[in-house]
Design a protein around this ligand. Structure first.
Ligand code: SF4
Length: 354
């Protein structure tokens, strides 16, 4: 008989103490060309040669599990193009999420959360990602309990939030939000009078680009709040998180400008590995962002909830009134609590250095 899911307090404790994360870039290829792509920004994306041997990936994730990692962030370029590596991770690490563009369906035996990126409606997606893949993503993941559609809000797609929320409702998938953050390469590239053009920068310039202004954040929030009332079963988003991530400087920055309180920052537990399985010596999973500009939702939500949970634990379990933990667990854990709970002894023990 399947054991019942743990209580909320137990889940808070597991979230605060037993989830040990790392980020794995498992594929160096993608079938889209998103403007200002996070992965294909900076030289590190091109200087690591992909390991394609499935057995080497199995051994790699076995070592990561032995190190004490219980939650895998599987990232790109596009993880769904490397299903044997996804399966290798899921075989050894009990929980995780996969960031995908939705164009290839990840087989049902993989029980991680699947975060499908949306960049707007048909025309905007074709412009900003090189192809309109929204219909295909909905076909692949309609009514899939593993799937969450993540709408990346940028300066050019605010009017498309609402229709895409209704499209998510129609296809039986929840929707959450990410704010576009410019990589340092993107910002530098558009700052000149005549930016050079390639797959990374097809149309952006100083006058027409994806960077959000203060008024865009405010407008996005108004739209999201309206949608939460209209589609409460579909919209999974936290007001407390939004207040924090849209503030002028969400993170506590050290003297070098790097976020001290970011869950994606490299430390003795959280590491990022490149496609050649080399451990990154860079600051975090998103080294091409300036922490002042960084608004990515996976790092942001996990950081916000982790810091909030530490307060909860300090107050001996007195719960926060914020909705951020509940939203985070729906997005990132879902039905994985039982597996995490079963691995909590492993997770509680001291995590070995990478
Ligand atoms: S760039 Fe973003 S993910 Fe990296 S340390 Fe800074 S805030 Fe965290």
């Amino acid at each position: 008989m399947t054991p019942p899911p743990p209580s909320r307090l137990r889940r808070l404790q597991l979230g605060a103490r037993a989830i040990k994360t790392s980020t794995y870039e498992i594929s160096a290829t993608c079938n889209l060309t998103c403007e200002g792509c996070l992965f294909f920004s900076g030289e590190h994306a091109y200087k690591h040669t992909e390991v394609s041997d499935a057995e080497r990936w199995r051994k790699f994730f076995q070592r990561e599990a032995e190190r004490g990692i219980t939650y895998a962030f599987l990232a790109g370029a596009e993880p769904a193009l490397a299903i044997d590596r996804v399966r290798a991770a899921a075989e050894y690490i009990p929980a995780g999420m996969i960031a995908t563009n939705g164009t290839r369906r990840i087989p049902d035996d993989v029980r991680y959360r699947i975060h499908v990126s949306l960049w707007g409606g048909e025309a905007t997606t074709a412009l900003t990602r090189g192809a309109d893949v929204t219909a295909k993503a909905f076909r692949n993941y309609a009514n899939d309990p593993r799937a969450v559609f993540v709408f990346t809000i940028n300066a050019m797609n605010l009017d498309e939030i609402r229709p895409m929320a209704y499209a998510c409702a129609k296809h039986g998938v929840p929707m959450t939000f990410n704010y576009f953050a410019p990589t340092e390469v993107y910002e530098t590239s558009i700052s000149v009078d005549q930016p050079s053009r390639d797959d990374y920068l097809r149309f952006s310039d100083q006058d027409r680009n994806l960077i959000l202004r203060d008024e865009d954040y405010a407008r996005a929030r108004t739209i999201i709040d309206g949608l939460r009332d209209e589609l409460p079963e579909t919209i999974v988003y936290s007001s407390a998180y939004d207040d924090w991530i849209t503030s002028e400087s969400p993170y506590d920055l050290d003297e070098t400008g790097v976020a001290r309180d970011c869950a994606s920052r490299s430390d003795s537990v959280h590491q990022t590995y490149f496609v050649d399985q080399a451990r990154s010596d860079l600051k975090c999973s998103h080294p091409t962002f300036d922490c002042r500009q960084c608004r990515t939702y996976a790092s942001g939500m996990t950081s916000h909830v982790r810091n909030e949970n530490r307060d909860v634990m300090r107050r001996r379990g007195r719960q926060s009134s914020s909705d951020a933990f509940d939203v985070w667990e729906r997005l990132f854990v879902g039905d994985q609590w039982t597996r995490l709970s079963a691995h909590s002894d492993t997770a509680r023990r001291r995590v070995l250095p990478a």
